[in-house]
Design a protein around this ligand. Sequence first.
Ligand code: ZN
Length: 150
Amino acid sequence: MKINKTVKIKAIKGSIKKWKHILFNNSIDYGTNNCPLYHRFLNKKTINACKLCPVYKVTGLNYCCGSPYQKWSNHQSIIHNKFFPPFEIFDTTKPQAATLSRYGRSGMQLLYQRVPGTTSCLKCTETARQELFFLQNLITCKTRRRKFKK
Ligand SMILES: [Zn+2]
């Protein structure tokens, strides 16, 4: 697979779209399952599986460690007791995940459906915004770097 600039930008834009939907349309973060960057750049054959990903180029770490995504997932586990995706901006009017576990999977899915206009967790919103900003910067910084070289 050849990775040129267009392919890279397209994947970054795909991830930007994902986070815009999480922020503004109550969309869900399915982790790597709905990450265009992951799908484009992951290489399981090497130890540094994410080495080709633009996020890795900034952080030097695999699986979004060192990026705002780490803050987002840490917050989800520490505050909302969710240790694996799916993650979403938590609706503070809903009970916490730990208290939901007794309803079983189908009950949880039902209860996790957010109603637009209800109270969103501020920290979820903040970390999701940071992730979006980080991804947007991957494009603008690239442009700046290119201009600088000339
Ligand atoms: Zn939260």
